[in-house]
Design a protein. Structure first.
Length: 355
């Protein structure tokens, strides 16, 4: 999974990136070059993996991972630069839009004042503009080819014109109702306003959660909201695990923000985890919700998918209650499932296959 961290300048994007990845970066007061992107890959914390590892004591424990990209901040009224920056979002799976809610007399907000609603609308408008430019060029090319007598798909032209109208009404493409046929047409294209998005409100320490500022946006498809203090989360990420638990307890914080962000990202992208276990390795595998056992096996290796016979499956909760595969089997909780079995979050699986 690749997650892009974006937003207007001076919003705390790089501070959040450091909090999520543990990579300490110098925070620049000037404008970051448009081609400068910070990258970091971090494990997805899953307590279930830790517990399974404690039971099996494997030679290797492998968590799922998330790759974070920290993009340069965009600027009001600098469309050309913004387009170059936001084009990088075409290759990611989900956007985290960092919104500044903290006051800082030294570092002035690029709009001159704090306004969460305005920043959400302005950022969404930048995404919409990026897609409008792409669609407009594609429409022009199709129409030019048709005039020259070249074969072009009329369905594609009709779809792009409909999408253009939708965007022109200041609506992102994630709110457009695409049919299955539309999705086939759009396979070669990547639209940034179609990406799931988490609007992350970056607070100062102790600041009240301004939930009323984004209540009107809630309920929109493929969108979520999270509030946190990125600077505080960065401090938490830089201390030992033992100190972290004590620090979080003192601050009355249940868990690091990265855990909440991961859960929201998985939910928005429709992802779940299943596990493979043994003395060699305990590992989490990320798949789309609704994937079959055969498809899940293909996540490990294409040979498993090609030669799939059966999958041995038990639910994580059932195994933890008993703690022994032999007893799990005796109690009828270890099942043999076929290729069309729909994998559930937390399934522990072993694949039988023949190539």
């Amino acid at each position: 999974m690749i997650v892009g961290i974006s937003g207007f300048e001076k919003s705390g994007k790089t501070t959040l990136f450091s909090a999520l990845t543990g990579i300490g970066l110098e925070i620049s007061c000037g404008q970051t070059p448009e081609n400068h992107i910070n990258e970091g890959v971090v494990p997805v914390y899953d307590e279930r993996i830790k517990i399974l590892s404690d039971i099996f004591k494997p030679r290797k424990t492998t968590y799922a991972t998330i790759e974070y990209l920290d993009l340069p901040g965009i600027s009001p009224k600098d469309n050309q630069r913004n387009q170059k920056i936001l084009n990088n979002l075409k290759e990611i799976d989900l956007i985290i839009h960092v919104i500044r809610a903290f006051e800082d007399p030294v570092t002035v907000h690029p709009f001159g004042e704090i306004n969460i609603k305005r920043d959400i609308r302005a950022f969404e408008s930048e995404l919409i503009l990026t897609d409008l430019v792409l669609i407009e060029k594609r429409i022009e090319r199709i129409e030019a080819n048709l005039k020259r007598g070249l074969k072009e798909r009329q369905e594609e032209l009709i779809l792009f014109k409909s999408m253009y109208e939708h965007l022109n009404n200041d609506k992102p493409l994630r709110t457009y109702s695409f049919s299955d046929e539309d999705r086939k047409i759009l396979l070669p294209y990547k639209f940034v306003s179609a990406k799931p998005i988490i609007h992350l409100v970056n607070l100062s320490e102790g600041q009240c959660d301004p939930i009323d500022d984004f209540r009107e946006f809630q309920g929109e498809k493929d969108m979520a909201f999270i509030s946190l203090c990125a600077r505080l989360e960065m401090e938490i990420s830089q201390i030992s695990e033992e100190e972290r638990k004590e620090f979080l307890s003192e601050l009355n914080i249940e868990e690091p923000a990265s855990y909440r962000l991961t859960r929201e990202a998985y939910r928005l992208l429709g992802l779940i985890s299943y596990f493979t276990v043994g003395e060699d390795e305990v590992r989490a595998w990320t798949i789309r919700r609704g994937a079959t056992a055969k498809e899940a096996g293909g996540k490990i290796h294409s040979d498993i998918e090609k030669g799939f016979i059966r999958a041995e499956v038990t639910a994580y909760e059932d195994f933890i209650k008993i703690g022994d595969f032999k007893k799990v089997k005796e109690q009828g909780l270890l099942r043999l499932e076929g290729k069309d079995y729909i994998v559930k979050d937390g399934d522990i699986m072993n694949f039988r296959f023949n190539v």
